[in-house]
Design a protein around this ligand. Structure first.
Ligand code: GLU
Length: 295
């Protein structure tokens, strides 16, 4: 398996890396090295309005300071619209998607009419208003493309750290968007198309993304693409007990002492502190990782 392992770190350039994103970057790098595999960086800049100009290059620089350099040239999702369109066309031809004319307000009104309380959901579960078997667009103009979740309810998958997982995607998420009303590609479609195009065999990323996995597996099945193995890494919590994120003001990484920054990330992964050059620390951790996570 070593020769075929391909892993990736896929940051969204919505700001510089913070301590939490370095944990996912380091874990994916170590797992690739421990398996004798290839490690790639992909810039996930499909959500253009959320991207910060220059953050992509800053992230690549921050990674390089930590000794984490993509084995192949990085790719940018903003350059790959044709591939996403091709995948959407395939899904249209195979009746896996339908056009949706609902605005956010329409969805909220439909959910209220069903008696669903908004608080119950982290995200509004799409009530299926524009599903073809519900009468389609009801005369509204098409705004977005949604994936029609197949009837078989639960998606089961295994995480190398979290163990067996189950999600009923219809009940917990609903038919989800692949292309938004503003024409932007959704993360779910872009990530699945690119993981397959780049031959990714092992996804290692932060636990905050675990919730997306079932959706991505459904898309992989619909597109006839292989499903990689999954490992979701522990989140770094801020002093307020919340996960660190750019949205809640996490500070950019202080890389004045790169070893200290990656020692902190390694600590979050249960790895021992190292002294000496970053390259030696990385080598030591990849040996530890190879023993701990050989799944
Ligand atoms: N671009 C996503 C993020 O920065 C990560 C996607 C992934 O690893 O699947 O949150």
């Amino acid at each position: 398996m070593g020769a075929t392992y391909r892993g990736r770190f896929a940051p969204s350039p919505t700001g510089p890396l913070h301590a939490g994103s370095l944990v996912a970057a380091l874990a994916s790098w170590l797992d690739a090295r421990a398996h004798g595999g290839t490690w790639l960086v992909r810039i996930e800049d499909v959500d253009a309005p959320r991207c910060v100009p220059g953050a992509d290059h800053l992230i690549l620089q921050q990674l390089a300071i930590c000794g984490l350099v993509s084995d192949e040239p990085a790719i940018w999702q903003s350059q790959r619209g044709d591939q996403y369109q091709q995948a959407l066309n395939q899904l249209i031809e195979q009746d896996h998607v339908y056009p949706c004319g609902c605005s956010r307000k329409d969805i909220e009104a439909a959910l209220r009419a069903q008696g669903a309380s908004r608080e119950r959901h982290h995200i509004a579960v799409y009530p299926g208003t524009c599903r073809p078997d519900n009468g389609g667009l009801h005369g509204k103009p098409a705004r977005a493309w949604r994936f029609q979740i197949p009837a078989a309810g639960d998606v089961n998958w295994t995480d190398r750290r979290l163990g067996p997982q189950t999600q009923n995607v219809i009940a917990e998420v609903g038919d989800f968007i692949l292309q938004r009303a503003d024409g932007l590609w959704a993360y779910q479609l872009a990530v699945v198309v690119d993981d397959a195009a780049q031959g990714i065999t092992h996804v290692v990323r932060g636990e905050d993304l675990a919730d997306n996995t079932a959706r991505q597996i459904l898309l992989q099945r619909a597109l006839g693409l292989p499903t990689p193995t999954w490992l979701h890494t522990p989140l770094v919590l801020g002093t307020n007990g919340e996960k660190l994120s750019k949205q809640n003001g996490a500070q950019p990484l202080d890389l004045s002492d790169p070893l200290r920054a990656i020692n902190a990330a390694a600590h979050a992964l249960g790895l021992p502190p190292q002294t000496g050059p970053v390259s030696q620390a990385l080598a030591a951790w990849s040996r530890t990782w190879a023993i701990a996570w050989q799944a």
